[in-house]
Design a protein around this ligand. Structure first.
Ligand SMILES: [Zn+2]
Ligand SMILES: [Zn+2]
Length: 338
C-alpha cells in the first residue's frame, strides 16, 4: 500500500459567523482532535482566515489550512473552498445557480452542497437545498454527513441516495462529511471524518485542494480504509479518486485493508455486523462476510472474475452503530473507469 491518509475537516465556523470558537480555539481544537487539514467556512464571511496564519500550529505547519466560505442563502447552503476571490452570491436564485457556480469555477473554487436535506424554514431558513442545478458537473461534492451523530439523521440517507443518483447519471461527484463545526463537542458526540487518500507523503495546501477536487477521499465514522485497484501485472495500483483505463483491469484485483482509526475522538466506534459492499456502477460485485472491525486489521484481495464496465467502482461499509441498523459507517468515493 502506498497512499498516505490524512483526516481533515472541511466545514467549520467561528465567532466570525455563528460559531462559538475563536479562530485560535478552532485551530487548537482541530489539532487536538487529530486533524491534519482544516477549512474555515463561516457563513457569508471569510474574515477569520487571515487570523489563522498567526496561530502557532498553522505557522509551524502542524495543521494545513485552506480558506472557504459557506454561501448561506434562502435557497440552500453551499461550501466554496479556496476560490481566488469571492464571487457575489446575493442575486443567485433557484434557476440561475449554475451561472454562479460557473463563476466559482472560474475563480478556481471548489463547490460542495452542504446538508442538502436539512429542514428549511421555519426550522432553519435556507438549510434545505432548493437550488435547481442543471449541470451537476459544476458540483465537486455533496455533504452526506453533517453535524454530530450523522447516523441518527434520516437526512443523511437522503443525501447519500441523492449523491448515488448523480453517480448513476454519469457525474463525477464526491460525497463529503462536514461537521459544520460550531462549538466544542458534547461527550456523546461522534462525527463523520473526511480522510484524504493521496500519494504524496506530505500534506500541503496544494495537494489538500487537489485531493478534494479529484475526489481522492472517503468519509468514515471510525475505520480507516485503503482501497485500491491493481492491474494484473501489478505494475500500478489505483486509489480512490483515480481515473483508470478499463483495459488495464481485465483479470486485475481489488485490494482492501480496514483498520481502526487512531483518532481518539472516534473511539465510540463500536460497530456490530459490519460488512463491505463493492459496486461497479450500481451493480454489486462483492459483498463481504461480517467484519470484526475493532479487533485487528482486515485485509482481502478480491480477484476480478468478471469484466468491469466503464463508469466507476466504489465501496461502502455498513454496520449496526449506536442503535442504528445497517447504516453506512464508511463511504468511499469512486475510482472512475474510462
Ligand atoms: Zn449550513
Ligand atoms: Zn455550516
Amino acid at each position: 500500500m502506498t497512499a498516505y491518509q490524512f483526516p481533515v475537516e472541511v466545514h467549520s465556523h467561528t465567532i466570525h459567523s455563528d460559531g462559538q470558537f475563536t479562530v485560535k480555539d478552532l485551530v487548537e481544537s482541530a489539532v487536538s482532535f487529530g486533524y491534519k487539514g482544516l477549512i474555515l467556512t463561516d457563513h457569508n464571511s471569510s474574515a477569520g482566515y487571515s487570523e489563522m496564519s498567526t496561530v502557532p500550529a498553522v505557522k509551524d505547519g502542524e495543521l494545513v489550512t485552506l480558506h472557504g466560505i459557506e454561501w448561506t442563502t434562502y435557497f440552500g447552503h453551499m461550501l466554496v473552498h479556496d476560490a481566488d476571490y469571492d464571487v457575489d452570491w446575493r442575486e443567485a436564485t433557484p434557476n440561475t445557480i449554475d451561472k454562479y457556480m460557473a463563476e466559482v469555477q472560474v475563480a478556481n473554487g471548489l463547490i460542495g452542497i452542504a446538508h442538502p436535506f436539512d429542514m428549511g424554514s421555519p426550522i432553519c431558513t435556507g438549510c434545505h437545498w432548493d437550488y435547481q442545478v442543471k449541470d451537476y458537473n459544476l458540483v465537486n461534492y455533496i455533504e452526506i454527513w453533517n453535524s454530530n451523530r450523522p447516523q441518527d439523521k434520516s437526512e443523511s440517507i437522503l443525501a447519500y441516495d441523492f449523491w448515488v443518483d448523480k453517480l448513476k447519471k454519469g457525474y463525477e461527484i464526491s460525497c463529503s462529511a462536514g461537521r459544520g463545526w460550531h462549538r466544542p463537542d458534547t461527550l456523546d458526540a461522534n462525527m463523520g471524518v473526511t480522510y484524504l487518500d493521496i500519494p504524496e507523503s506530505e500534506l500541503t495546501a496544494e495537494n489538500f485542494k487537489a485531493a478534494l477536487g479529484q475526489g481522492q477521499f472517503y468519509v468514515t465514522l471510525g475505520a480507516v480504509v485503503e482501497f485500491q485497484l491493481q492491474a494484473k501485472d501489478v505494475t500500478r495500483s489505483y486509489h480512490i479518486g483515480d481515473r483508470v483505463e478499463l483495459e488495464d483491469f481485465s483479470e486485475g484485483q481489488i485490494q482492501v485493508r480496514v483498520e481502526p482509526t487512531e483518532l481518539h475522538g472516534l473511539t465510540q466506534f463500536a460497530v456490530e455486523n459490519a460488512y463491505m459492499t463493492i459496486w461497479n456502477n450500481e451493480e454489486v460485485i462483492y459483498q463481504s462476510e461480517p467484519l470484526k472491525l475493532l479487533d485487528s486489521p482486515w485485509e482481502i484481495e478480491i480477484p476480478l472474475t468478471q469484466d468491469l464496465a466503464k463508469g466507476y467502482v466504489r465501496f461502502d461499509i455498513r454496520a449496526d452503530f449506536r442503535g442504528i441498523k445497517a447504516t453506512p459507517v464508511v463511504v468511499g468515493n469512486p475510482i472512475y473507469i474510462k
